[in-house]
Design a protein. Sequence first.
Length: 207
Amino acid sequence: MFKSSENNSIFILTFNKRLQENIFDNLGIKMKSNKKETQTNYNILGHKIYDKRYKQEQKIKYSIILNNVKFLTNEVILDHGCGTGLFIELIKNPVVGIDNSSGLLTGALKKVKRKENKYLVQGDVDHLPFRDNIFQKLFSFTVIQNLENPSDTLMEILRVTKGLKIITVLKKAYDKKDLICLIEKSRLENTKIIDREESKDWLLLIK
């Protein structure tokens, strides 16, 4: 069952009441029209086709990242643009996944519904309904290049995360020069760019 906020713009699929009270803010934000178009496209694609098409490609990124990141037991993680929950099911820590596609989140819900400390939210990744500095780590896989104002998105990511931010961006959307320009425009300090031949994405580690 979907639980909606007052204006039906954000849906809380699975959440612990106490954690919900601690992390949520700004539940009244509506999505822009271009987000709705992306949402519609993914809803049409569906979670089963998405997994068949992208699962192996995504797992390559996950493997590289997980070999470069250590988790502390009590850290709360945000999966920014979580899609069908492929990454969430790999993580033992408490994880909140947010995505604007109910079609993809249906697949995520099937993966996490029997797991503890895994929560899903349907909402706008550009206007996160969470408090400042509430997450210890954030992961955003192949999301940024789909957004209208990626610099603003990155600033929003910085707002809600006080620890490490791991972001991947499609190489075919950004060459390295453009990527560095985006990093500088967004004032992302202490950013490490990882370029692996086996991955279609640039991998950014932002402290």
